[in-house]
Ligand binder design. Structure first.
Ligand code: GDP
Length: 189
C-alpha cells in the first residue's frame, strides 16, 4: 500500500481539498489504532504513543492516490483536561456529521475491556449521521480462540451490530486482508 501523511488539523475544514473518499479510524485511546494503521500501511507512519491520549488532531493519510485514511484522536482518556475532551467531541462530531467525503467509519474496540458508553456514543453518532460503520476488534492475539469468539458475540450484542465484528492483530497480521477487503467494498468505485 502506498501511503503518506498529508495533513494534521483540528478542524476538518482545514483538511485536504481533494475529492477522494475518506475512511475514518476511531476508538478509545490505547485501543491499538496507530498499530493497526501502521500494519495496514506496511510502515511506521502513525505514532505509536507511550502516552495514551496524546494525538489531538485529525491526521490524513493519502492511500494509493485514491482515498484518505483519517486517524481521529482517541477518546476516553481520563487524564486529558475537560476542555480538551470537549474540543475532541466538537471537532470529531463536526467531522463525522458534516464531511461529505466520509464514506466509512472504522470503529476499533479492544475485546478485553467492557463496552464503553463512549463506543456506544460513537456508533449512535454514526447512525444518526447515516455513516456506514465497520467495527473491528483489535489485539486478537491477546485472547484465546474461544475467548475471542465469545467477545465477538458480546460486542455484536452490546453495540447492536448486524454482523459479527471483524478481528485484527497488528502483532500477527491476522485480519489484515479481510479488513482491507471490507474497506474496499465500501468505497465508491
Ligand atoms: P492507540 O493509542 O490506539 O494508537 O494504540 P497503540 O497502537 O499506540 O497501541 C496501544 C498499546 O497496545 C501498545 O502498547 C501496543 O503495543 C499495544 N497493541 C497494539 N496493537 C496490538 C496487537 O495487535 N496485539 C497486542 N498484543 N498488543 C497491541
Amino acid at each position: 500500500m502506498l501511503a503518506s501523511l498529508r495533513a494534521c488539523v483540528a478542524d476538518f475544514r482545514q483538511g485536504p481539498r481533494e475529492p477522494w473518499p475518506q475512511v475514518a479510524f476511531a476508538g478509545r485511546s490505547n485501543v491499538g489504532k496507530s498499530s493497526l494503521l501502521n500494519a495496514l500501511f506496511g510502515q511506521k507512519l502513525a505514532q505509536v504513543s507511550k502516552t495514551p491520549g496524546k494525538t489531538r488532531t485529525l491526521n490524513y493519510y493519502l492511500v494509493n492516490n485514491r482515498c484518505f485514511f483519517v486517524d481521529l484522536p482517541g477518546y476516553g482518556f481520563a487524564a486529558v483536561a475537560k476542555s480538551e475532551r470537549e474540543s475532541w467531541g466538537r471537532n470529531v462530531t463536526d467531522y463525522i456529521v458534516h464531511e461529505e467525503r466520509l464514506k466509512l467509519v472504522v470503529a476499533l474496540v479492544d475485546p478485553r475491556v467492557p463496552t464503553s458508553p463512549l463506543d456506544q456514543a460513537l456508533l449512535a453518532l454514526c447512525r444518526e449521521a447515516a455513516r456506514p460503520v465497520l467495527v473491528v476488534l483489535t489485539k486478537a492475539d491477546a485472547l484465546s480462540r474461544g475467548a475471542l469468539a465469545a467477545e465477538r458475540l458480546r460486542v455484536q450484542r452490546d453495540l447492536q451490530l448486524e454482523d459479527l465484528p471483524l478481528v485484527f492483530s497488528a502483532k500477527s497480521g491476522e485480519g489484515k486482508r479481510e479488513l482491507l477487503k471490507a474497506i474496499a467494498e465500501r468505497l465508491p468505485t
